[in-house]
Write a protein that binds this ligand. Structure first.
Ligand code: F6R
Length: 599
C-alpha cells in the first residue's frame, strides 16, 4: 500500500526521502517518486518499479538538490503501475506537487468539472485531480487552498503538498488515511507510518481526520477544517529503531516468527497481572469482524468464547459484514481485530457496527491507528512493528488477546472460578516457553520443505480449533509460496473436495484435539486411501497417528483450547521454508500489500 514521507529543514531532502521510503517498502508498492524544491522550482523524479530504480535515477539523491521535499511509494488503484501514474503529481505549471494515499470517490466528477475549465490531464489517477483542483483553488495561501480542497474531496486521503511559491512550507492533511508529523530540531517531517522517520525523531503529532498541518523548518501549526489552530500533544514513540529492521535474519518474516514468544509474553503479562478485562454489562452476543489472518483469529475466538463464556459469537469477514445489514444491538460486543488498525473494510465495519449501537472493542497492534482511536476500548497486541507482508507475530498476539477476551467474558458471566482462572492463565503464561521450544525444531521443518516444495495443491484439514488453524496455515502457504492450497473442515472434505485428492497430493492434517482425534484419524485414512501424502500435527504422546501419516509433527501438551498458538508456529515455518525453496520474495509476496487501505 502507498507510503508518504516529507521533509523540511536545512539538510538535503532527497536522501532523507529515499531513506524514509525504504522504511515503508514493507507496505508493498509498484512505483515511487519524489518532489524537491530547488531554487523556487519543483523538481519531480518518479518511476515504475522498485526504489532502487528511483535512487539510481537520482544518483542516490544527489541529482535533486534542495531541502524541502515529499516522497511516495504507490500501490496502483486508479490506473496501472506506470511512470506517469506514479506520484508526486503536479499542476500544469509545475509549481505545486502532491503525494496522496487513499482513494478519492468523486474524482471523476471533479475531473469533468476541471476539464470544462480547460485543465488537461496526463495520468489516470485520482491524485492528479487533486493537484489540478488545488491549482484551481489556490489564491495565495496553501492552508486556505487545502481547506477548500477538503470541502470538495470525498473519500480517503493523506496528502503531502509543496509549492514553489511557498518554498519555506510543507503542508499535510488527512482524512481516513493515516498521516503523522515528526518533530525535529530545525527540521520537521511528515510520514504515513512511524518507521519512515523513526531514525530522525521519536516525537510525533498524530493528525486526526480533517486536520491540516503547516510545517516550516522551525515550527508546526495544526489547523482544523475551519482553519482554527488545534493544540496538539506530542506522542513519544517508544519502539526501538532496530525493532523495525531485520536483526540479522534473512527475512523479516523469519525474524518475526522468532519474536513470537516475546510478543505473546508482552501482550498477555500486563492483563494477567492486572486482572482480566471488566465489562460494565455482560454482552449477550459477540460479533467478531476482521479480514484475512485477523479473521482467522476470529474463527478461533468463536470456539473459545462460546466454550468458555457460553455467549453466542458470530464471525464475519469485514467486507461482507459492512454490506449485509448486520444485527447489532446495544448489548452486542463488536470485536474488531486488526494489526495495522487501518484496514479499510475493517474500519468501515467498525463504523457500521457503531452506528447500529454496538460497543466496540478493538484488538489492534498499531497504537494511534484509526481503528484504535475509533474503538470504545482497545486491547493492544504488543507485537511491535510487523514488516513482512504475511502476518505471523501479530497473528500470534491476536490469538493471545482473543484467549484473554474469552477468559474475561467467562469470568464476567460467572463461569470461571478463581481456581480455573489460575489454571488457564498459567497455561497461557507457559505459551512463550513452549513456542520457543517449537522454534528450535525449525531445521526439521526446513527438511520437510525440501521434500514438499514442488507440490501443486495442498489441503489443510482439521476439526474444531484445528479447522480454524488450518485456515491460517493454508493462507500462509499460498500467499508466500504461490502454491494453491485450501483449508477444509476434515469432515466436510467428502462432500465434494475429496475428488481432488490423487496420488501424491499433500494433505496437512491437524489432529490436536483429544475429543476429535478418532474422527480425524478416520478422515486421514480417507485421504490416505486415495493416495494422499499426509503430514499430521498431533499432541505429544498421540503416536497412534503415525500409522496413517507419512510424517508427524508434535506439539507439546498444554491446555487444549490453546493449541492453535502452537500448531500455527509449525505451519508458519513450513510455509516460510517452502517459499524459500521456491525462491519466492518472502517478505513482499506478489500482488499483496501490508496495509490494505482501499476497499
Ligand atoms: C495475511 C495478512 C492479511 C491481514 C489482513 C488484515 O498474512 O497479513 O490477511 O491479516 O489484511 O490486516 P490487518 O490485521 O492489518 O487489519
Amino acid at each position: 500500500m502507498c507510503g508518504i514521507v516529507g521533509y523540511i529543514g536545512a539538510k538535503q531532502a532527497a536522501p532523507i526521502l529515499l531513506d524514509g521510503l525504504a522504511k515503508l517498502e514493507y507496505r508493498g508498492y509498484d512505483s515511487a517518486g519524489i518532489a524537491v524544491l530547488n531554487e523556487q522550482a519543483v523538481g519531480v523524479t518518479k518511476t515504475k518499479g522498485r526504489l532502487k530504480a528511483l535512487s539510481d535515477l537520482l544518483d542516490g539523491g544527489k541529482k535533486a538538490a534542495g531541502s524541502v521535499g515529499i516522497g511516495h511509494t504507490r500501490w496502483a488503484t486508479h490506473g496501472a503501475p506506470s511512470d506517469v501514474n506514479s506520484h508526486p503529481h503536479t499542476n500544469a505549471a509545475g509549481t505545486l506537487a502532491i503525494v496522496h494515499n487513499g482513494s478519492i470517490e468523486n474524482y471523476m466528477r471533479i475531473k469533468v468539472f476541471l476539464q470544462e475549465k480547460g485543465y488537461q490531464f496526463v495520468s489516470e489517477t485520482d491524485t492528479e485531480v487533486i493537484a489540478h483542483l488545488a491549482d484551481y483553488f489556490y489564491e495565495g495561501d496553501l492552508v486556505d487552498m487545502v481547506v477548500k480542497l477538503t470541502e470538495k474531496l470525498e473519500g480517503s486521503y493523506a496528502l503531502g503538498i509543496l509549492s514553489s511559491e511557498h518554498p519555506d512550507e510543507l503542508i499535510a492533511v488527512r482524512k481516513e488515511s493515516p498521516l503523522i508529523v515528526g518533530l525535529g530540531d530545525g527540521e520537521n517531517y511528515i510520514a504515513s507510518d512511524i518507521p519512515a522517520i523513526l531514525q530522525y525523531t521519536r516525537k510525533v503529532y498524530l493528525l486526526e481526520n480533517g486536520e491540516i498541518a503547516r510545517l516550516t523548518k522551525d515550527g508546526i501549526t495544526v489547523y482544523d477544517a475551519n482553519k482554527n489552530v488545534v493544540p496538539k500533544e506530542v506522542f513519544e514513540v517508544d519502539w526501538d529503531v532496530s525493532a523495525a529492521e531485520k536483526g540479522g535474519y534473512e527475512h523479516f518474516m523469519f525474524k518475526e516468527i522468532m519474536e513470537e514468544p516475546e510478543a505473546i509474553h508482552k501482550t498477555i503479562t500486563p492483563i494477567i497481572k492486572e486482572g482480566l478485562l471488566k465489562f460494565g454489562r455482560v454482552p449477550d452476543r459477540v460479533a467478531i469482524v476482521a479480514c484475512g489472518s485477523a479473521y482467522h483469529v476470529g474463527v478461533v475466538g468463536k470456539y473459545v468464547i462460546e466454550k468458555l463464556a457460553g455467549i453466542p459469537v458470530e464471525v464475519d469477514i469485514a467486507s461482507e459484514f459492512r454490506y449485509r445489514d448486520p444485527i447489532i444491538t446495544d448489548n452486542t460486543l463488536v470485536v474488531i481485530i486488526s494489526q495495522s488498525g487501518e484496514t479499510a473494510d475493517t474500519l468501515a465495519a467498525l463504523r457500521e457496527a457503531k452506528k447500529r449501537g454496538g460497543r466496540i472493542l478493538g484488538i489492534v497492534n498499531v497504537v494511534g491507528s484509526s481503528i484504535a482511536r475509533e474503538s470504545d476500548e482497545v486491547l493492544y497486541t504488543l507485537a511491535g512493528p510487523e514488516i513482512a507482508v504475511a502476518t505471523t507475530k501479530a497473528y500470534a498476539t491476536q490469538l493471545s488477546a482473543i484467549y484473554l477476551l474469552g477468559l474475561s467474558l467467562a469470568k464476567a458471566e460467572g463461569r470461571l472460578s478463581a481456581a480455573d482462572e489460575k489454571i488457564y492463565c498459567d497455561a497461557l503464561e507457559r505459551m512463550p516457553e513452549l513456542i520457543a521450544g517449537l522454534l528450535e525444531q525449525k531445521d526439521v521443518l526446513a527438511q520437510y520443505a525440501k521434500q514438499y516444495y514442488t507440490a501443486k495443491n495442498v489441503f489443510f484439514i482439521g476439526r474444531g480449533l484445528d479447522y480454524a488453524v488450518a485456515l491460517e496455515g493454508s493462507l500462509k502457504l499460498k500467499e508466500i509460496s504461490y502454491i494453491h492450497s485450501e483449508a477444509y473442515g476434515a469432515g466436510e472434505l467428502k462432500h465434494g473436495t475429496i475428488s481432488l485428492i490423487e496420488e501424491g497430493t499433500l494433505v496437512v492434517a491437524l489432529a490436536t484435539q483429544d475429543l476429535l482425534f478418532d474422527k480425524m484419524v478416520s478422515n486421514i485414512k480417507e485421504v490416505k486411501a486415495r493416495g494422499a501424502v499426509v503430514l499430521s500435527v498431533a499432541e505429544e504422546g498421540n503416536t497412534e497417528i503415525e500409522e496413517c501419516s507419512d510424517v508427524v509433527l508434535y506439539i507439546p501438551k498444554n491446555n487444549q483450547l490453546f493449541t492453535p498458538s502452537l500448531t500455527v508456529v509449525l505451519l508458519q515455518l513450513l510455509a516460510y521454508y517452502i517459499a524459500g525453496e521456491k525462491g519466492c520474495d518472502i517478505d513482499k509476496p506478489r500482488n499483496l500489500a501490508k496495509s490494505v487501505t482501499v476497499e
